[in-house]
Ligand binder design. Sequence first.
Ligand code: IPE
Ligand code: IPE
Ligand code: MG
Length: 252
Amino acid sequence: MAESGIRAEVIPRHIAVIMDGNGRWAEQRGLARTQGHQAGVESVRATVRAARELGVAWLTLFAFSSENWNRPKAEVDTLMQLPEAYFETELADAIENGVRIRTIGRRDSLPASVVRTLDEAVRRTRDNTGMNLVFALSYGGRGEIVDAARRLLRDHELGKVDAEALDEKSFAAYLDDPELPDVDLLIRTGSELRVSNFLLWQIAYAEIHVTDVLWPDFGRRQLEDAIRDFQSRERRYGLTSAQVRAGAGERS
Ligand code: IPE
Ligand code: IPE
Ligand code: MG
């Protein structure tokens, strides 16, 4: 066991984070909400680096929801500038450290400049084999499932899928990123006990860690707290505790 009390052999494979509380963080300091979002970029940097160093294989960050489009235009405009600000320094870090950037969400609703920034990051890290870093932008879980159903229906019309053969695995292949594994640990900062339309399909058996810490105050130490919390859970997947202790139903 490392000094941090984290057991290296049970690091969650996929951590997903609802990065919430930027606005409250700013309001508490008499700042504009947009300054909270800018401060939040530093937390993204710190969290990505810590996750990579801890050996997390997949990190998915909820950066902008499909519902966030309904916020005041000035706030949306600021949020749309953040990917560029982030990748300005962190793309080089990702390239150097083998991080593969991916995105999920409705790309066609994002400004062209954001799409260009994301495309470049995805393209330049495509062959990396280290941590997968997924940005959920203009993303909603229900929208993703509907989009998957639409693609599936198109394939069905082309005679490529058989309705009777459809199962969870073949359906999941139509989601935004078919390689995105199930979430092991879902972290939400900023206290709210809700899912807010994030990764509805992939969180089916996620362990959930909600912290009062606001996103701009989140970093390595808080990520380690969340992982320690995760490591204290017994994941039963519907079995009894006795079955789990006997090693039944083990998942990879
Ligand atoms: C999270 O912080 C960032 C986004 C949703 C884009 P908020 O802006 O929701 O912060 P609070 O919840 O108002 O404090
Ligand atoms: C969820 O936070 C979306 C992101 C963190 C990007 P919100 O602040 O939008 O969630 P609600 O509105 O409180 O549910
Ligand atoms: Mg919020």
